[in-house]
Design a protein around this ligand. Sequence first.
Ligand SMILES: Nc1ncnc2c1ncn2[C@@H]1O[C@H](COP(=O)(O)OP(=O)(O)O)[C@@H](O)[C@H]1O
Ligand SMILES: [Mg+2]
Length: 296
Amino acid sequence: MNIGLLSVSMNVYSTKRIAVEAEKLGHHIELIDHTKCSVKLGSGKPQIYLRDENITNDFHAIIPRIGAKVTKHGSAIVKQFEMNGVFSTARSLGITRARNKVRTLQIMARKGIPIPETLFSINPDNIEEQIKILGGPPVIIKLQEGTQGLGVILAETKKSAKSIIDTFYKMDTSILIQKYIEESNGEDIRIFVVGNKVVASMKRTSAVGEFRSNVHRGGKSVAIKPSNKEEYIALNATKYLGLGVAGVDLIRSKKGPLLIEVNASPGLQGIEAATGVNIASEIIKYVEQNGRRRRR
Ligand SMILES: Nc1ncnc2c1ncn2[C@@H]1O[C@H](COP(=O)(O)OP(=O)(O)O)[C@@H](O)[C@H]1O
Ligand SMILES: [Mg+2]
C-alpha cells in the first residue's frame, strides 16, 4: 500500500518507528509535512498539494501525527484526505475533539465514562462559588489545550486557586477546574489502543515532589495489565471520539478509574520501551486491514 505519514519530520522517534515498520511490512510510506500542504477547492475534486507537488491520488491511507501547535491546519488536511475517500487512522473530528480537554470530557460525561468532577467557566465574578461547587480546595487548574503536564497546576488553598483562576480568566485563556484526586498518588495509566484492541499499557509514576506523572516532567514508566474496567473505558473513549489509534490516560481513584485525557497522536518511545510491544507494527497492520477494505 501507499501510506502517507502526516508529520513534520522523520527525526521524530514515533514517526521514524512507524516508517520503519511500514517498510518492513512491504509498504511504501512517505512523509507528508502537513504544515507544507495546501488544498485547492473549487472546480472538481479538491486537490491536495505538498509544496508544488499534487499528492491528491498518491495514498491509500494516511497516519496523522499532528502536533499540538498546528492542530487546526493539520486536521483540515486530514479532513480533505477523508473527504477524498482516503482511510485515516484518526478522523479529523477525533483529532480536534481530543485536542481540547473540555470537549473530550463533555463527550465522556454524555457517554457515561467516569471522569474527575470538572467545571469550566469564564466568569471572574463568582470564582469562590466555582471552587465551592467542586467541593473546595485543593483543586487542579488546567489549560484546556495543554500537553506534557505544562499548564496543569495544583492549587492547595482557596486563596491561591482564586488568584490563579482569576489571572487565566482575565487573560482570556481557556482553562478547566478539576477535583484533585489525591489518592492517585502522582500516578497515571496510559492505555494504547489500536483499532478495537488494547495493544500496550503502562503506569507512570511522578518524580519526587511532583504530582504530574508525565514523562516530560520526570515520570517513570512500567508495563502493567489494566483492569477490565480500564480497558473498557479506553476502548470506548477511543471509539466515542472517532479515533483508530489513541493513548488514553486514566487515574485511579477511590471510586475506580477516571479518564483524564485522550491523545490522538500518542508517542511510541516511552511505551514501546516500557512494554516491549512493537506498537508501530500494530498501527501498520491496522492500516492494512482498513486501507485495503476501503480500496475495494
Ligand atoms: N484531577 C487530577 N487529580 C490528580 N492528578 C491529576 C489530575 N489531573 C491531572 N493529574 C496529573 O497531572 C498529569 C497531567 O495532566 P493531564 O490532564 O494529563 O495534562 P497533560 O495533557 O498536560 O498531560 C496527569 O498525568 C496526572 O498525573
Ligand atoms: Mg496527560
